[in-house]
Design a protein around this ligand. Structure first.
Ligand code: FES
Length: 156
């Protein structure tokens, strides 16, 4: 769990201290904000522009380009299912169908978002997915159900 769950002066100071000597700091800063807050708030964009001496168009362009970055947190948990070759060969398409069906049930409807990704670097343990930022391999429908139960227990 991150120490920061909303944009604040303290979060801005933390980022400045952590990345002040980092070349190409924009992406790591955006990733850290996204990981902590679930989105990149407008105030954070303005701060990044000032601290990195970038135009708003430059920062907005990077946020728009990368699928991972969101402007608003919709409150849903994200499940990234690998759709690349090794995972496809190991049944990721069937797994996605199972997950979609499973998450359409009343108890979970609208609380999860499924996103495709193209290789999580876990090909040897295909099919792979990432749930709440944690990587899981050899995910069968039964294993997915266990992960879902665990996730719902932890977030309750
Ligand atoms: S192809 Fe799925 S983790 Fe690499």
């Amino acid at each position: 769990m991150s120490a920061f769950d909303e944009w604040s002066d303290n979060f801005a100071t933390h980022l400045y201290e952590k990345y002040k000597n980092t070349k190409g700091a924009l992406l790591p800063i955006l990733h850290e904000i996204q990981d902590c807050l679930g989105c990149i708030p407008h105030a954070a964009v303005l701060h990044i522009c000032d601290s990195l001496n970038l135009s708003k168009a430059e920062v907005d362009g990077v946020i728009s380009f990368y699928h991972d970055f969101r402007r608003e947190n919709d409150g849903r948990f994200e499940i990234k299912v690998c759709r690349a070759e090794a995972c496809q060969a190991a049944g990721s398409e069937e797994l996605v169908s199972y997950i979609q069906n499973r998450l359409s049930q009343a108890e979970t409807q609208g609380t999860f978002r499924i996103e495709p990704v193209y290789c999580l670097g876990n090909c040897a343990l295909s099919p792979s997915l990432m749930m709440d930022g944690k990587l899981h391999g050899r995910v069968s429908p039964e294993r997915f159900d266990r992960l879902l139960t665990l996730q719902r227990t932890e977030s309750a």
